[in-house]
Ligand binder design. Structure first.
Ligand code: SF4
Length: 353
């Protein structure tokens, strides 16, 4: 039951009441997730493996729980410990990351595993300050690992928490304009006890109850303190920022296949989009309409249509050219397993199959 003790934070909300109500709800409603140690197990003294917490948090920054869950299991089967991941060839890690977005994160993931192994003897450090010294770990991930793996009262603010805070305090400006304000409110509400459960409870509340489109206020354990609910504006928040058009870039992509179904690929430059990954040869990508063809090597190229793919900063439209090929051109390689290719190239192979 919620404690009767009350501490008024700077926010003016009943801080202890808020966390008590939320934690009571979490005890009964925590999502079961492959990387999670549930509230009952934690109360029994079981703490999660920091490696699992870190790996899941890095994966979840780019994609949904449903997508990450099976991929997380595969990663763990292949590299059960941080030392195993550190010892893996980077190309294997990049291949396993295919389809999970930003490849720079996979590079950082590997670099971080190496740093934990070399600098910290294979044990993740347990403070935000030390975690922040590791490659690819920013404020959010440091706070999440410190709280969830080590029960540090760190302030964990992801997209779900942004939304809960914006609604609790009826903050009527777009999230990106009021990040420090959201963080200050979130910090003020964070309890010292059960910090790991609390961080996950906030995430679960945002994901399952305080949902983006249709908040389930009648089921909400912290409805009593919610300003947006009281004002009847929960569905209108967070306010949307003014839309910025995403530019389109155009180019050509080349799928040369052999009789066995393998496709000619090249290793992309380490820096830049899909850095270090295997990819199909392409022309440059132009903002000013389709550029001239730029065939990577002589072949009987046939136009097969176009693939479209939306990336973070632009929309990509690639004209797909296909050719049959038996001999591998110099400087290229055959790729048989299309699942190791970034999604846009997989689409290009599929359209030309
Ligand atoms: Fe979100 Fe509604 Fe709960 Fe407020 S009452 S936190 S808007 S679900």
């Amino acid at each position: 039951m919620a404690s009767t003790a009350t501490l008024r934070g700077q926010t003016g909300k009943d801080k202890t009441g808020f966390s008590d109500r939320l934690l009571d709800w979490y005890d009964d409603n925590a999502r079961t997730l492959p990387w999670r140690t549930g509230p009952a197990a934690r109360r029994g003294g079981q703490m999660p493996d920091p490696y699992r917490v870190w790996l899941s948090e890095v994966m979840l920054q780019q994609t949904t729980v449903a997508t990450v869950s099976p991929r997380f299991e595969t990663f763990l089967r292949r590299w059960p410990t941080v030392a195993d991941l550190a010892a893996a060839p980077i190309d294997d890690v990049l291949g396993e990351w295919a389809g999970l977005g930003y490849y720079a994160r996979a590079r950082n993931l590997h670099a971080c595993a190496v740093a934990v192994t070399e600098r910290f003897g294979g044990q993740f450090p347990d403070t935000e300050e030390e975690l922040l010294t590791l490659p690819g770990i920013g404020q959010y991930t440091a706070a999440a690992v410190a709280a969830i793996a080590f029960d540090r009262p760190a302030t964990v603010v992801d997209g779900n928490v942004d939304r809960v805070i914006v609604r609790q305090f009826a903050l009527d400006r777009p999230v990106r304009e009021i990040k420090p304000e959201i963080y200050a409110h979130a910090a003020d509400l964070t309890p010292v006890a059960r910090a790991g459960d609390y961080a996950q409870a906030m995430m679960d509340l945002g994901a399952t109850v305080c949902r983006p489109k249709s908040p389930q206020c009648l089921l909400c354990p912290v409805r009593i303190s919610c300003d947006a609910h009281a004002e009847g504006i929960a569905s209108d928040l967070p306010m949307k920022p003014a839309k910025k058009a995403r530019p389109t870039r155009y180019g050509h992509v080349y799928a040369a296949v052999n009789r066995a179904g393998a496709v000619v690929t090249e290793k992309r430059a380490d820096k830049g989009l899909f850095g270090g990954m295997a990819g199909l040869p392409t022309s440059d990508w132009s903002k000013d309409g389709l550029p001239d063809r730029d065939d990577p090597f002589p072949a009987d190229w046939v136009e097969e249509g176009a693939v479209e793919h939306t990336l973070t900063h632009f929309h990509l439209v690639l004209t797909v050219w296909r050719a049959g090929l038996s001999r591998l051109p110099k400087g290229y390689q055959w790729t048989e397993d299309m699942s190791t290719l970034p999604t846009v190239f997989r689409k290009a192979v599929e359209i030309s199959a």
